[in-house]
Ligand binder design. Structure first.
Ligand code: HEM
Length: 260
């Protein structure tokens, strides 16, 4: 037999990858594993699309950039909505297998850190959480050296004739993106005179807001499931997660709202 649905999608391998560690096993652990695996697949797809988006921006292709951003935003909606599914698991159901997770935590998701890096929230110290010479550490190292989406966007704007301040075009891309007051009047002007560029900026704000929405929904899920207990990853749990809220990836796009 040639290619089939199962062989193409590697279903035998895929469906053998959900392996509970609890005794019994506990009923809810299957949902917990499936949802995290689905998240990692969506993270993979979002990274794939953002890398493509960066290439499209480098080619000055605004229409296809907008189209790709729309896809990423649609995935992000699904990813946020998935939290509803996990919230059907009660605190007691989670406690039935939580101890067996040992120190495993979403905190260790290297693809999530890659997403943060490509969106401009770089943090070289995050590499130290992964073993030297591991694939996850190598991947993060590569991401750190790679200009984030915001830099690709600024180069795109410069390429279409915007007077982006030169220090923004030559900044150290391994450093996190921070607000650049000198850039803001240029963005305000762009909003007023170029609807396509303004749409691109708005889609980036959607992306930023969508990610913040996920963080908010995740911390609420954590509060209702484990209260103020510490996380399996060793942090203070919800208290730590609260410190990650309201930190935009593209601060200039938020700052200009007051001036528009
Ligand atoms: C019952 C469900 C969940 C609970 C109780 C929970 C709990 C936590 C806690 C307490 C932390 C803080 C780090 C730590 O000390 O462990 C954390 C971080 C994290 N979790 Fe969850 N989580 C849950 C579901 C998920 C799901 C479904 C995902 C999807 C991938 C996820 C992804 C993450 C990520 C990426 C972080 C790091 C966030 C950051 O550092 O900004 N979590 N989680």
């Amino acid at each position: 037999m040639g290619l089939t649905y199962s062989s193409y999608l590697k279903l035998d391998e895929l469906l053998s990858l959900q392996r509970p560690v609890s005794d019994g096993p506990e009923h809810d652990e299957t949902l917990f594993i499936v949802i995290h695996q689905v998240y990692e697949l969506w993270f993979k797809e979002i990274l794939h699309e953002i890398d493509y988006l960066k290439r499209l921006l480098a080619q000055n292709d605004a229409p296809r950039s907008l189209h790709t951003l729309k896809r990423v935003l649609t995935i992000l909606k699904v990813v946020v909505a998935q939290i509803d599914v996990l919230e059907t698991m009660t605190p007691l159901e989670f406690l039935s297998f939580r101890e067996r997770l040992e120190s495993g935590s979403g905190f260790q998701s290297f693809q999530f850190r890659e997403l943060e890096f490509v969106l401009g929230a770089t943090n070289p110290e995050a590499l130290n959480r992964y073993p030297v010479a591991s694939e996850s550490r190598r991947r993060l190292g590569r991401r750190l050296a790679d200009p984030p989406l915001w830099d690709a966007f600024l180069h795109f704007l410069a390429g279409v004739g915007c007077s982006v301040p030169s220090d923004q075009l030559t900044r150290d891309v391994t450093k996190p993106v921070v607000a650049a007051p000198a850039l803001q009047p240029i963005l305000v002007d762009l909003y007023r005179r170029d609807p396509t560029m303004a749409s691109l900026c708005e889609r980036l704000v959607d992306l930023d807001e969508g990610f913040q929405e996920w963080r908010y929904r995740h911390v609420k899920m954590v509060q209702r499931t484990i209260g103020t207990k510490h996380g399996t990853g060793g942090s203070e749990g919800a208290a730590y997660l609260m410190t990650t809220l309201n930190k935009p990836f593209f601060p200039d796009l938020w700052a200009i709202r007051t001036e528009l």
